[in-house]
Write a protein of this length. Structure first.
Length: 501
């Protein structure tokens, strides 16, 4: 079964190399779905797909009923139609399972597993672009690419409304990875990516407006640093764009006393639609070779370069230190390694309703009688809901199937996702206190106290019968090993070297 589309293609005038791998635990599909591609766009065209307007409970209910039909053909047809609807119907599938019995319940569970895997594969694979334009302004080409991929990069004023975005382009792409398309458009339009420490961190501007080489967000780098810039040593690897951004010698820089090592900064950007939480580069997997086969090793191969991803930015730097051999090398034929990327899976609103009745609160939600919900690789448990004086107390936990580095003790991003208590009308109740009860590499437990209102805005007693607890969480945390290989990386700058002799 095909799990991912090919994410490597060769584009003119630019070196391309990258391979995306996905952890096997995410893509073991149920037997009933064998033969179907994970990519929804490649499902056989002979199978009809419900139009988006029909993806509502009323339109799907006959299909749910048909899963329990006495005819095997009817059951198979209903199941196939549900599969063809794609992950958009997952909330309805989960709701239907509450009342389904027999074979209908079994098939609904199989459909849910398949659609969850499909959603996971779509979330982590590189976006691919199919586009053909003739004499179209560069800004409009970029907007077309953004619309097709779901990735949005800010266009600076000179591109959005100025002459920098006016250049007419004629281009054809067929299932080409997002970053390859972006770099090709920028090349032909005379544009470039701009990296900022603040804002969203990533934008597109005229190449003539770029910050001078050797600076980042206006901060100058050391004079001996080689800033290779965005037009050299750039590759697309799955959803990542990796560039050798800087090369800096370690030690005195002269012919009489050559540097003992080299510090290479890899600037890594990711598709803006993604929300990575952690990035790691194990030095044990780094291979650096000269043009005659010479090997350069990191001084500490057991070390790992780790970077926690900033909340808003779409790029970060990974510094890599290598030891210079004797005789030293002026360039690398190859620099390759594997970047580990931890991504949030698709988000889901875990919701618990029927928390209280017309004559009082439900009293059987406790550690002994909890309520649980499961989606993909995540299980949410509501272990307490009770009234205490003028407060409503809720305790819930999220547990993922496998431990993950993204939830290590120093990574707190999951704690930023609060519980919400909503009235029947959807109005959130005020949070009085929220605390994390416990944490592990598989999840966390949190407790929240909500203010218990006694009256609405017109002085009427508020009906708490329809209260529901909502917790918006990713249904999985994906660990992606992404291989990269960059060729012809210069390690010295002769002009600077002559000045220091």
């Amino acid at each position: 079964m095909q799990i991912l589309n090919q994410v490597i293609s060769i584009a003119p005038r630019r070196q391309r190399h990258g391979r995306l791998q996905i952890g096997r635990q995410l893509y073991i599909l149920p037997a009933l779905c064998l033969g179907l591609s994970v990519n929804a766009a490649e499902i056989s065209p002979t199978v009809a797909t419900l139009p988006p307007s029909n993806r509502d409970p009323a339109a799907l209910e006959p299909l749910f009923q048909q899963l329990g039909s006495g005819s095997l053909t009817s059951r198979d047809d209903a199941e196939q139609t549900l599969l063809d609807c794609g992950p958009a119907i997952l909330p309805f599938i989960i709701q239907a399972q509450r009342t389904a019995v027999g074979e209908a319940a079994l098939r609904l569970r199989g459909v849910q597993r398949f659609l969850e895997d499909q959603a996971a594969a779509t979330a982590v694979e590189a976006s691919v672009i199919t586009l053909a334009v003739e004499n179209m302004p560069a800004r409009e080409v970029l907007k077309r690419v953004f619309a097709e991929s779901g990735n949005r990069i800010t266009l600076r004023p000179d591109v959005e409304t100025g002459v920098a975005g006016d250049r007419l382009l004629s281009l054809t792409f067929h299932r080409v990875p997002f970053w390859e398309v972006i770099d090709e458009v920028l090349d032909k339009a005379g544009l470039a990516l701009t990296f900022f420490e603040n804002e969203t961190g990533l934008s597109i501007d005229a190449a003539s407006n770029q910050i001078p080489a050797g600076t980042v967000a206006g901060i100058a780098t050391p004079a001996a640093t080689i800033t290779l810039g965005l037009r050299q040593a750039v590759i697309a690897a799955g959803p990542l764009r990796i560039a050798v951004w800087q090369v800096e010698p370690i030690g005195v820089r002269s012919r009489a006393n050559p540097p003992a090592g080299i510090r290479i900064v890899l600037r890594v950007a990711w598709e803006p639609r993604l929300h990575p939480r952690l990035m790691r580069l194990p030095l044990a997997g780094v291979v650096a070779e000269g043009h005659s086969g010479e090997a350069i090793s990191p001084p500490q191969r057991i070390a790992v370069v780790e970077a926690v991803v900033p909340s808003k930015r779409k790029w970060l730097d990974l510094p890599l230190v290598l030891s210079q051999p004797s005789p030293r090398l002026d360039s690398l034929r190859l620099l390759r390694g594997t970047i580990g990327l931890w991504l949030e899976g698709r988000e889901h609103d875990f919701e618990f309703s029927d928390l209280c009745s017309s004559d009082g609160f439900v009293t059987d939600i406790s550690a002994q009688r909890p309520r649980t919900q499961r989606m993909a690789e995540a299980t949410v448990c509501l272990s307490q809901f009770a009234r205490q004086d003028d407060r409503l107390l809720a305790t819930a936990s999220i547990t993922y199937d496998e431990p993950t580095e993204a939830l290590a003790s120093h990574h707190t991003w999951l704690t930023e996702r609060p519980l919400q208590l909503l009235t029947a009308a959807g109005q959130p109740l005020a949070v009085v206190e929220q605390r994390v009860v416990s944490r592990s590499e598989q999840g966390l437990k949190t407790s929240t106290a909500f203010a218990r209102p006694t009256a609405d805005t017109v002085g009427q007693l508020l009906n708490l019968q329809g209260l529901r607890l909502r917790w918006k969480l990713p249904i999985a945390i994906h660990e992606l090993p992404i291989d990269f290989a960059i060729r012809n990386v210069p390690l010295t700058d002769e002009s600077q070297e002559h000045k220091t002799e």
